[in-house]
Design a protein around this ligand. Structure first.
Ligand SMILES: Nc1ncnc2c1ncn2[C@@H]1O[C@H](COP(=O)(O)OP(=O)(O)O)[C@@H](O)[C@H]1O
Ligand SMILES: [Mg+2]
Length: 244
């Protein structure tokens, strides 16, 4: 899959995105969000609640075309989307939820994903029988089963307890290590961004624009307290430069 001229990077260039209210008034949500991710790079978007993160992800994923700017996605355009809520089909088993989303995935690949995510014993369960943590795992399995060229995750571990969220973060890191994929993760949790990303983009309050970018130097697997402290300090420094 390395034909010459095939587009491989994710290029995001949003000049402006506005929502129009029923009254006809229009509200700017995004204003100047421009960045590129190299193949296999993990980018994290960090910003306050309501600043436009979900709006940005939907545009990047191609679910919203009503904006001023341009998005170039990696060539074949296979997309894995992990929503804020797992959004599983309640009347389908765990295995069928994944198969329906990824009809081309082989049973070996699905079994490997289930094994990595601790889901092997839950293949025949229905979403209503799963804990919140298991449901999130199924939504990760579903996103990876399509062998995406672009993976987008919208606050995937929100409202889980801290230990479980940490566990799922390390499982996500393991999945990305096994099969590198260009990934855009949205979060309001700076430590989640530091744990998972190669680069972190900081958004301003609405209308969101990128106010700073931080590169997390160390390899994901070996990031420890020192890296977290240094990166947090760098982020705080960039945020402090922003007028309130
Ligand atoms: N479909 C919509 N129509 C009008 N306003 C919207 C719509 N979706 C989101 N908004 C508004 O746009 C802003 C950004 O929303 P969102 O992208 O969901 O923020 P975030 O994900 O960062 O919390 C919010 O003020 C929200 O109320
Ligand atoms: Mg959101």
């Amino acid at each position: 899959m390395s034909r010459a001229g095939v587009h491989k990077t994710l290029d995001v260039s949003i000049n402006r995105k506005a929502y129009r209210a029923a009254s006809g008034e229009s509200h700017d949500v995004l204003k100047g969000v421009v960045f590129r991710l190299e193949p296999g790079e993990v980018g994290a978007i960090v910003g306050p609640s309501g600043c436009g993160k979900t709006t940005l992800l939907r545009i990047v994923a191609g679910l919203d075309a009503d904006f001023d700017g341009n998005i170039a996605r990696p060539a074949s355009g296979k997309l894995g989307f992990v929503f804020q809520e797992p959004r599983l089909l309640p009347w389908r088993s765990v295995a069928d939820n994944v198969r329906l989303a990824a009809p081309l995935a082989g049973e070996d690949e699905i079994s490997a994903l289930f094994a990595m995510l601790g889901l092997s014993g839950h293949r025949d369960h229905y979403p209503g029988e799963l804990s919140g943590g298991l449901a999130r795992r199924v939504s990760l399995a579903r996103a990876f089963a399509v062998s995406p060229d672009l993976l987008v995750l919208d606050e995937p571990f929100v409202s889980l307890d801290a230990a479980l969220a940490a566990h799922l973060r390390s499982e996500l890191a393991a999945l990305v290590a096994r099969k590198p994929v260009t990934t855009l993760l949205v979060t309001h949790d700076i430590d989640e961004a530091i744990a998972l990303a190669d680069r972190i983009f900081l958004l301003s309050p609405r209308p969101a624009r990128i106010v700073g970018e931080v590169r997390v130097g160390e390899a994901r697997a070996t990031r420890g307290a020192k890296t977290f402290e240094a990166t947090r300090a760098e982020i705080a420094g960039l945020m402090a430069r922003e007028p309130a």
